[in-house]
Write a protein that binds this ligand. Sequence first.
Ligand code: FA5
Length: 351
Amino acid sequence: MKEQIEQIQKEALQSISDATDLKQLNDIRVKYLGKKGELTSVLRGMGGLSAEERPIIGALVNTCKEELEAKIQEKEKELEKLELEKRIANEQIDITLPSQKVKRGSKHPLNRVIEEVEDLFVSMGYDVVSGPELETDEYCFERLNLPKGHPARDMQDSFYITTEYLLRTQTSAVQARAMMANEEKSPLRVIVPGKTFRREDDATHSHQFNQVEGLVVDKNISLADLKGTLEVFMKKMLGQNTELRFRPSYFPFTEPSYEVDVTCFKCGGKGCNLCKQTGWIELLGSGIVHPNVLRMNGYDPDKYSGFAFGVGLDRLAMFKYGITDIRLLYQNDVRFLKQFDRKDEENEIKY
Ligand code: FA5
């Protein structure tokens, strides 16, 4: 029996020393020291020994057990330390590696145009102001010389929410707001970019679109100021060779009034389906602020005059980027939007 114990001890010590992970070590513990383990079964077989042999063998088994337990504990610590080192090594981050490329979207063409327009006018000393998209009849029409029942209201097919509230059809609503908000009735120079809404839908008309309103009120403002401003504006946005056509028109809030057309970018002026064979596309409405509008909003028309314009920003984006259908601007088609990725913008965020 003594040899059997020594044999078990030898084998067990060898297995403990060979163990490479904690699971293996636990299996060894069960195999030799567990309830059904090899040493335990030796103890069970001691019944057949003589009274003299029993304490000797008993002591031998116990010493062997103690030695194996001590060795297992020692090995356990060693393996735990190794596993920790391995884990730390695996989790190590090489901070010198280049980072993964961050996937970024691109700026929407409309936002690009709005930002460009804002930058230009801010550089000319204008303030950028805003007003509500859900507007009152009073500000959208009445304060702009368009009383209830005025036939010119038919020029814009409106989305009325109640009899008093509508989705604003034009950023001109903010003309009245800006004049009313200026309590000192001092000179004004503002632009108003924003969403507008009308019941229209085709390749150049959307039910939701964007306009930028411009309003200047000061002493001695004339048509020359309006023309000069629009020339600078359009040439900056669409290129120095851009041709403008001032066409007499009618808006109840300006007198005289002009619609401004730009050469059709698709056919270069020859006539096509986009420009309805005219060679021109209408881009904005403008004029000299009507004295009634100045008066209704607290300015003395004998002292002050002004000019105003309202530009379709969607149309401007279409010109600038050669987009032939306005609806593309609202469909969020990634294939369309991806075309506006720009290298210089990729460098804006540095990692
Ligand atoms: C107006 O909205 C006037 N408030 C403009 C104005 C302002 C005149 C200040 C005088 C003084 P009009 O309805 O023409 O005018 O629209 C102006 C521009 O908005 C148009 O030239 C066009 O570029 C754009 N626009 C109008 N309707 C739509 C539409 N449904 N979809 C896209 N763009 C449109």
